[in-house]
Design a protein around this ligand. Structure first.
Ligand code: PHE
Length: 465
């Protein structure tokens, strides 16, 4: 197959698509609630630090593998490590992770479509805060509604990816990513006018290390991987559509900064509202869906604010979900020689079907005894397996691949090609070879309960006393 590989039309288009992939439900839904649960400032500071020291280096590595091979994950690993029989398995791990994440990401994103529509129909009118909050519980157990919105969101995602790199992903990202940033700035300005803004700034930006647990430190690291879309080959695939003149390290820094910035914006939009109305910051996963609609009712222009907010969520989820689907599609096109149309249809159907148990998790219609057996419902189990196992493993292996397996000369050449940031080469090499694998390895050990950092820290403190 000597078909020419499609490339991004412009550098800006590439940046928008990659930023769109990174900025998503992770920054605007997961980050604020985890910040709330982990005590605020210190967690945020570590998240930023990890993004700089670990996230961005892995991000750069994925771009290097993608651009240098001009292939998606499976073929890329085969091409860059021709003597190894095993590295292509990392590509398969990427596809599996992408399928799993897409399946539940689409269900959560479906909720955002549902809330946008409910906002338009003014669902909060005449309801007490408790009634409004309980609507999420109703949605969560409504099997048919969940499946419907999951289907609609999958259809939107498939439609964009079907359009291909330039006409699909790049075109839509160039519209949706700036729109998202503009809406965010608008909401942020609105948030600054709230009485709780000052308290929210203090909570989000002042690092009080006494509130930080060792597990919180590791969660900040995991958060950084999730928000940067690392560990499933999405950035690798986008890198394979890069022009050879593009600056890889600079792209890494820009995307890292923008993503961390948006996560901060997310927190600084949500917490002022939380503090203004006296809610607890540690509201948990329901923070956005349960609390914000209640708060919107107390603000002027409920319909507009609420609708705009949830449309923002749809945009941000869509530019991420297309990058997840593209991982699967691009690999299938390459390894099975399929057309894009066939690859999109087959992988969307599989992801849709895989998402059904998640969509039904609340209703208990499928796997009714799942929670009793595994302690978490199907959706939460899948999120746990992907976020705590598959993504960190993917990140760990890509760091090892670039740090130790790929030819050093090729890695250096790819880093330096088109960049003005040559002086960072050795620092980056050090981070990717040592700091990144060790840190990610520690997360995996902690998550698997093989070590318990909380206990170790306690023991050290006790010994010192
Ligand atoms: N970064 C996306 C978010 O924050 C999620 C994502 C993970 C996208 C992995 C692509 C790959 O929502």
């Amino acid at each position: 197959m000597s078909k020419q590989r499609e490339h991004w039309g412009t550098k800006l288009g590439f940046i928008m698509a990659t930023a769109g992939s990174a900025i998503g439900l992770g920054s605007l839904w997961r980050f604020p609630y985890l910040t709330g649960e982990n005590g605020g400032g210190a967690f945020v500071l570590l998240y930023v630090l990890f993004t700089l020291m670990i996230g961005i280096p892995i991000f750069i590595s994925e771009l290097i593998v993608g651009r240098s091979s001009q292939q998606s994950a499976i073929k890329a690993f085969m091409k860059l490590a021709p003597k190894s029989n095993h590295w292509h398995l990392l590509g398969w791990l990427n596809i599996l992770t992408a399928l799993f994440i897409l399946s539940y990401y689409s269900v959560v994103a479906g909720w955002t479509v549902n809330y946008a529509l409910m906002s338009l129909t003014q669902f909060t009118q005449g309801k007490t805060p408790d009634e409004i909050r309980s609507i999420f519980d109703i949605l969560y157990v409504s099997a048919d509604i969940n499946i419907f919105w999951h289907f609609i969101f999958m259809l939107l995602t498939a439609g964009i990816v079907f359009g291909g790199v330039r006409k699909g992903i790049e075109y839509w990202s160039e519209i949706l990513t700036p729109a998202l940033l503009i809406i965010l700035v608008g909401l942020f300005i609105f948030a600054t006018t709230l009485p709780g803004f000052k308290q929210a700034c203090y909570f989000t930006l002042y690092p009080d290390f006494s509130k930080l647990t060792a597990t919180g430190i590791l969660e900040a690291l995991g958060m950084s991987l999730f928000t940067l879309s690392i560990g499933i080959g999405a950035i690798l695939t986008y890198g394979s559509y890069m022009q050879s003149k593009s600056d890889i390290p600079k792209t890494g820094f820009i995307i890292g900064a923008v993503t961390a910035g948006v996560s901060l914006f997310g927190a600084l939009i949500i917490f002022p509202i939380t503090f203004t109305f006296g809610f607890a910051p540690e509201e948990g996963t329901g923070l956005v869906f349960k609390t914000l609609p209640v708060l919107f009712t107390q603000l002027p222009g409920t319909l507009i604010i609420s609708t705009v907010f949830f449309i923002l969520f749809i945009f941000t989820a869509l530019t991420s979900s297309i990058s997840i689907l593209e991982v699967i599609v691009a690999n299938l096109i390459e390894i099975l020689n399929w057309t894009r149309k066939k690859a999109v249809i087959v992988s969307s159907i599989v992801a849709f079907l895989l998402g059904i148990p998640t969509a039904l998790a609340g209703s208990g219609l499928l796997f009714g005894n799942w929670k009793k057996m595994y302690g978490k419902d199907f959706f939460t189990t899948l999120d746990y397996v992907c976020g705590s196992w598959l993504m960190p493993l993917g990140g760990l292996f890509i760091a090892i691949f670039v740090g130790f397996v790929m030819k050093r000369a090729r890695v250096k050449e790819e880093f330096l090609k088109g960049t003005t940031m040559n002086r960072f080469l050795n620092v980056w090499l050090f981070l990717i070879r040592w700091l990144v694998p060790i840190a990610v390895f520690i997360i995996i050990l902690e998550k698997s309960n093989i070590i318990n950092i909380n206990n170790i820290v306690q023991q050290i403190i006790r010994q010192e006393i």
